[in-house]
Design a protein around this ligand. Structure first.
Ligand SMILES: Nc1ncnc2c1ncn2[C@@H]1O[C@H](COP(=O)(O)OP(=O)(O)O)[C@@H](O)[C@H]1O
Ligand SMILES: [Mg+2]
Length: 710
């Protein structure tokens, strides 16, 4: 098969061919494992459905995971469970005590000295119960925080290591909802649900035992009512759930609409569409309201019915019971105890069914989370820099800082010493960061591309060799098609072409954010696939097309990730990138580089943001600097400063690949490559190309552009 043909094949049939023939040769190249990874990495995640209760069988793996999650905190949870059992036992005895007190009081032969003693005894019992409740709550809260900390952290780490195509396929909203809703559900299951369930179990089983002990016949009459109520409740519950879900979906739509409009209010206002957005939101809200009315009515009927059943039970028990009291087979106190127990049992059974649903849902949520945690990380995701901020400097070097989370939770000293005995991490993954040393920034690479690279001909230092590439989530013909492109060492080339012609894709391939489907990208003669990605990304630095700043100061944004930046290097980078040209203006930036940039850098102009991103890259002293439209938002004056800075970098040995469509930026490069339909249409020096017939010439014929060149 020639490459264009096999590119048009569906991944499934490609895979099939490989299985059939063992070794499939694509245009004289065997299909490597990397190709399979790309074909299989973008399977969409399972749809999440908040209200679906998985069956016991489906939930089993998730339940196992939940137990595994809770395991490191088993000491805390056992403590909570024990205090719960004791306090439930006390709760269970109270109705009986009440009844006995009543019988004694009704009999009238009370020893006056006994009253204060009985009161004191009851008070002690109740007080110790309260202490146990508080203890349980404290232990559970700490365990819950720790579970969700561990889970969120592992999930987030896994998300950051996913192939880029993962977020492109699933969207970041899905990832965020797992981080929030699913993690919360899992945490709730190991803490609240588990204990509510245990308590409900003790209270219902114990309660039924007491009921039977007090009066077997009455107990039989009461318990007969439970099955029909339970069945009715379940049927109604299902209907209500379905309707509630409908309401939630519509509310979610309303929220999505409002999020979009508020998030881009500048655009909404500029287009004068505030009223339209208001109306859209109102309509969505109204439709949620209409869907909700049904739910409320059903719920009202259901709750009314439930209370009728409960009251009927009371009446029946009262009627039958008073008859037994009159007959003398039961005392008034026992009847009172009986009534109290039956109320308890009713509540407990109600709780049991909700807890069951919650735990099953949490099992589903947990397996969804582990779907991501268990997935293989993208082999090209290689973190280079570590943060220092998380290192707990308050303790001597080397000591494990398992106390970190406890201190941040401000638990009282007594609890704290108890909790310290609990290991913080089951998997040891997070210890790494708490004790990690900051990776020193490596300056040695300025000398050249030596580490891990073999010398190649200087003419083809960067070498795209017959590259085919297509985004795996996009069908159709490849974005890059038989692209061959060489850049000499220390060269400065400009890549231009219409938008959508694949320029940014070339930049992504150079950083190995993706692997080509066919063909090879080499730097210094070494294929990127074989190169240590960490080394690669230390040496090849990209200034992306959509600059992303975080809220913080200009300085923080520039040194992002680096830990030991000296003043001189910082000044050099900010002058090369033209940052000091604006940040040193005392009138508009009185705080200089300590000025805050606002959310995503919104308090700066596009050109200022671009220059900060450029400084960020220059500060890393790359051997290869890749600029993706990095001067597009600059005025001619700042562009000139930046271009002069780039020339300065080039003199120091940096190879520059500049993606640009502005004639002034294109002109600054040593040579120009024009892309068309995924391959090189034209290449040469700017002087040669500007007069030759071809795409660049056509672009430049526009008189307005031409006049700018001078
Ligand atoms: N992450 C992606 N997933 C799918 N398609 C993409 C992705 N990024 C870019 N494309 C598509 O690839 C083509 C080339 O994009 P790009 O390299 O960004 O072009 P440009 O030359 O404007 O920088 C476009 O048609 C674009 O729609
Ligand atoms: Mg682009």
């Amino acid at each position: 098969l020639s490459p264009p043909q096999n590119m048009a094949m569906r991944p499934a049939s490609l895979r099939l061919l490989c299985y059939r023939h063992g070794r499939l040769v694509l245009a004289r190249q065997p299909l490597g494992p990397a190709c399979f990874r790309r074909l299989s990495s973008t399977a969409p995640l399972r749809e999440r459905d908040d209200d679906e209760i998985p069956s016991a069988k489906e939930a089993r793996p998730g339940l196992r995971r939940l137990l595994g999650l809770a395991w490191p905190d088993s000491l805390l949870l056992t403590g909570a469970g024990a205090s719960l059992l004791v306090s439930s036992g006390i709760s269970l005895s109270i109705p009986l005590l009440f009844g006995q007190v009543m019988d004694v009081a009704l009999a009238g032969d009370v020893d006056p000295e006994m009253v204060p003693m009985a009161a004191a005894g009851l008070m002690t019992l109740l007080a110790s119960q309260s202490v146990l409740v508080a203890l349980r709550q404290a232990l559970l809260s700490v365990a819950g925080e720790r579970v969700s900390y561990r889970l969120r952290r592992r999930l987030y780490a896994a998300l950051l290591m996913q192939p880029l195509s993962f977020l492109e396929t699933n969207g970041s909203g899905e990832a965020l909802s797992r981080l929030q809703a699913d993690a919360n559900a899992a945490r709730g299951a190991v803490t609240t649900s588990a204990t509510t369930g245990l308590r409900a179990l003790v209270l219902s089983v114990g309660g039924v035992a007491f009921l039977t002990y007090l009066s077997p016949s009455l107990a039989g009459a009461t318990l007969i009512l439970i099955p029909p109520v339970a069945v009715g409740g379940r049927m109604f519950g299902r209907r209500i759930k379905a309707a509630q879900k409908e309401v939630q979906n519509r509310l979610a739509e309303a929220n999505a609409a409002s999020e979009w409009a508020l998030g881009s209010l500048r655009g909404t206002r500029a287009l004068g569409c505030e009223r339209i957005e208001e109306e859209k939101y109102a309509q969505k809200l109204a439709s949620a309201f209409r869907a909700g009315t049904g739910v409320w009515l059903q719920q009202a009927v259901f709750e009314g019915g439930l209370s009728l059943a409960a009251n009927a039970t009371v009446v029946i028990v009262l009627g039958l019971g008073s008859q037994q009291v009159i007959e003398g087979t039961m005392t008034a106190g026992e009847l009172t105890s009986f009534l109290l127990y039956s109320a308890n049992v009713g509540f407990a059974i109600g709780n049991l069914s909700t807890v069951y649903a919650d735990v099953m849902k949490a099992a589903g949520a947990t397996s969804r989370i582990f779907e991501i945690i268990d997935s293989k990380p993208d082999p090209t995701a290689t973190p280079i820099y570590e943060t220092e901020r998380l290192i707990d400097t308050s303790r001597p070097a080397g000591e494990k800082s398992a106390g970190f989370l406890f201190e941040s939770l401000r638990t009282p000293p007594v609890l704290n010493s108890l909790l310290r005995s609990v290991p913080m991490e089951a998997d040891g993954a997070s210890e790494r960061v708490f004790t990690a040393e900051a990776v020193p920034a490596d300056d040695s690479h300025l000398a050249g591309f030596s580490t891990g690279l073999v010398a190649a001909s200087d003419e083809a230092f960067i070498d795209f060799d017959r590259v085919y590439f297509r985004y795996s989530n996009r069908k159709g013909s490849p974005i890059l098609e038989n692209l061959s492109l060489q850049v000499p060492k220390g060269g400065f080339i400009s890549v231009c072409g219409t938008s959508g012609s694949g320029k940014s894709t070339i930049a992504s391939l150079l950083l190995r954010l993706y692997d080509p489907d066919y063909g090879e990208v080499r730097i210094g003669g070494k294929p990127l696939r074989e190169m240590d990605t960490k080394t690669l990304r230390r040496h090849v630095v990209l200034v992306p097309q959509d600059t992303s700043l975080f809220s913080g100061t200009i300085l923080e944004n520039i040194v992002y990730g680096l830990s030991d930046v000296d003043d001189e290097r910082f000044k050099l980078a900010s002058s090369i990138a033209g940052v000091d040209a604006f940040s040193s203006s005392r009138t508009s930036f009185p705080d200089g580089v300590d000025t805050k940039v606002g959310d995503r850098g919104s308090q700066l102009s596009g050109g200022q943001r671009q220059r900060i991103a450029l400084a960020r890259a220059v500060l890393r002293m790359p051997s290869v600097l890749v600029l993706d439209e990095a001067t597009a938002a600059l005025d001619l004056w700042s562009e000139r400063i930046v271009l002069q800075g780039l020339k300065q970098l080039q003199e120091q040995g940096t190879t520059i690949v500049s993606i640009a469509h502005r004639p002034t930026t294109i002109q600054a490069a040593d040579s120009v490559v024009v892309l068309d339909e995924g391959s090189v249409a034209q290449r040469g020096s700017f002087e040669e190309l500007k007069d030759a017939e071809g795409p660049l010439n056509r672009l430049l014929k526009d008189p307005r552009l031409r006049s700018r060149l001078r």
